[in-house]
Design a protein around this ligand. Structure first.
Ligand SMILES: Nc1ncnc2c1ncn2[C@@H]1O[C@H](COP(=O)(O)OP(=O)(O)O)[C@@H](O)[C@H]1O
Ligand SMILES: O=c1ccn([C@@H]2O[C@H](COP(=O)(O)O)[C@@H](O)[C@H]2O)c(=O)[nH]1
Length: 214
């Protein structure tokens, strides 16, 4: 990963769906924010950069392969990260998992000293690998990810058990094997078990705290 000195340093967290990326990112963010304030640190979710599909019918949207790199607008994500590094605010898109498209509203994100970026396909893109100062891969066993995804998507993403299982077999697992697992080689830190790994949380907090003091 690059070592250049930016106004804004990007730390990436990749791994399978439901491997605990959001949980570890939000835990590190919340615990550090209490000490340093939210002007110093922020979080971006790659999921916010799924392609806008408002021109498609719902029937067409559910057919999209959301686990393939083509489903994501990495051009816009790279542009936003470069803007933040240059010291400019950006309008982060909001994404609806139930509508499978972008929402009308955006979230304004001002430049921070450290941005935690989390998402399944971050390490597959050489441009993002170059932008990230350091990267983490959540190495949670796939059967555990499936159990956690099933519970989460039914409870929080308006999904049925049948739709989660069908999508898992059709795209989630095959795309993990084809794209996500091979990208693990690019990570600086491999985290086992999931988003509650206290040692991993503390290591990330210590690394980010050092960057904030620099
Ligand atoms: N170590 C863990 N123990 C128990 N539940 C976990 C653990 N890590 C994550 N989870 C839960 O699993 C689900 C998926 O985690 P999440 O952080 O949303 O994954 P991701 O962002 O990688 O898709 C969430 O409901 C989360 O609370
Ligand atoms: O419209 C959508 C967009 C995404 N997905 C699924 O989401 C996961 C990625 O999000 P995680 O928070 O990392 O789980 C990806 O596996 C897509 O399959 C979706 O189902 N519908």
């Amino acid at each position: 990963m690059s070592e250049h000195s930016h106004q804004c340093v990007i730390i990436g967290i990749a791994g399978a769906s439901a491997s605990g990326k959001s949980l570890i990112a939000s835990t590190v963010y919340k615990e550090l924010k209490e000490k340093v304030g939210d002007h110093q640190i922020g979080v971006i979710t790659e999921d916010c950069y799924y392609n806008d599909q408002s021109h498609l019918t719902m029937e067409e949207r559910v057919k999209t392969n959301y686990d393939h790199p083509n489903a994501l607008d990495h051009d816009l994500l790279c542009d936003h990260l470069e803007q933040l590094i240059a010291g400019n605010a950006v309008e982060v898109p909001r994404y609806s998992y139930s509508e499978h498209t972008r929402m009308a509203e955006t979230t304004t994100l001002t430049p921070k000293k450290v941005i935690i970026l989390e998402g399944i396909l971050l390490l597959t893109d050489p441009r993002l690998r170059e932008i990230m100062h350091a990267s983490v891969f959540m190495d949670t066993p796939l059967d555990i990810c499936l159990l956690r995804r099933l519970q989460r998507d039914v409870a929080e993403r308006d999904r049925t058990m049948e739709s989660v299982l069908a999508q898992y077999q059709k795209t989630v697992r095959p795309m993990f094997m084809q794209f996500i697992e091979p990208s693990k080689q690019y990570a600086d830190i491999i985290v086992p078990r999931g988003g509650k790994n206290r040692i991993a949380i503390d290591v990330l907090k210590a690394h980010i705290a050092k960057l904030l003091r620099a």
